[in-house]
Ligand binder design. Sequence first.
Ligand code: BG6
Length: 491
Amino acid sequence: MTTQTLSATPELPLDMIVFGGAGDLAARKLLPALYMAHLHGNLPAQTRIVAVGRADWSREQYLSFVEENARPFVDSKALDAPGWDKFLALFDYVRVEIGSPADYAGLAEKTRNDALRVFYLATSPELFTAICDNLAACHLVDGQSRVVLEKPLGHDLASAQAINASVGRHFAEAQIYRIDHYLGKETVQNLMVLRFGNAIFGPLWQAPYIKSVQITVAETVGVGNRAGFYDKTGAMRDMVQNHLLQLLCIVAMEPPVSLDPDAVRDEKLKVMRSLRPMTMADIARDTVRGQYMAGAVGGESVKGYLEEDNVPADSSAETFVALRVRINNWRWANVPFFLRTGKRLRQKQSEIVIEFADLPFSIIPNGTRKYGNRLVIQLQPEESIQLQMLAKEPGSGLQVLPVNLNLDLQQALAGRRAEAYERLLIDVIRGRPTHFMRRDELEAAWAWVEPILAGWRALGDRPRAYIAGTYGPAGSSALMARENMAWPEEG
Ligand code: BG6
């Protein structure tokens, strides 16, 4: 599959049409990101933001919503009254019942024919087909329009394919931006530069020099007010199918021939297709599902998942997943990739740990083999890259100790760091799809994940309980211990 890149068009007037404009995502992420883009001159001069919602609101009522719900999520250092007022001046609001074609005429009146129209669908994916059909029926889609699709795209492979097919009836692949905000994170983009801009890692970035790769995305938050969505979704669909597999692809991909969007995505697709499908035996042995119980996070007592608002008392949605993944290709043969993610864990921490092979033989006394070299790429809460090595402790004896070669990205690289959503929105406006998921890539991810979801159902697998504020169920440590390995906090 190829995607012809559209030319950069920031000088065109822009109509940014946000479906789900009064939703949680718009308030917490999109509108603050658009504000920052506006503040830093990254939106075209003639920009209009048309928020689409179901409430029968006037423009003023919508602006009050933005004031109350989005403004608190803007970095206070970046908020100044004149800038904010200029931003609010860009807005319009229109009420649209998604399934009602007549309402789209009202939307059409708010957009300009000579503008680049970007439709941001921050709604449930079940609505994507109806929205695109109605937009097209109202002649709102032309050859330069773009559509941004929020994740998770679909519930399984068949629903993802159906959505892709129906959106694809009206938008060419080059016009479709499937967003995964992890691809907009600075450190994730930096990982490509680290791998492909530094010769030293090339020869080592493979079996047998790498012993394992561990990817953790740990959150302290619980399900919050999203139970309606989350309970049907679970951590596998919410986090693994997209964010964690995307991180895995960037670690595991071959060097692309260039940074052209398709060159990069072709390589990620090859990784997705190399993931070894899990058999029932693999699922029973190499996967762990968990669900948090009451506990304490950061010193505060928190409820268990089953006690959260709108969660069914017998819910078996997983809030934690750990997996041992194998990649069937030459580079990664026999190198296990361990993935884990969960809510209500001990600390917010997203990191990728590349664990290099043990010393083949040690001439240094004192059990140095246990200090393997590790490259630790931390995405959150701070961005940093560390290479853990062994050094001699000053003194007369030969005492050794582990030390870090530390690249503190905040300190080393001054300058403002845009949030992931801001960076990705600018990419959409400029027509740069590299950091978005192509259709085949996304479907390959579903094709790998789906049998695991089916396997859990067939095994009648219930998530194992873990206490909020820990690192997840004991099975997660056991997954590693079986191979004489340990998660970073245990090692
Ligand atoms: C979203 C998930 O995609 O990512 C949320 O739907 C999760 O459940 C969030 O909390 C985590 O993003 P970040 O950037 O805070 O790590």
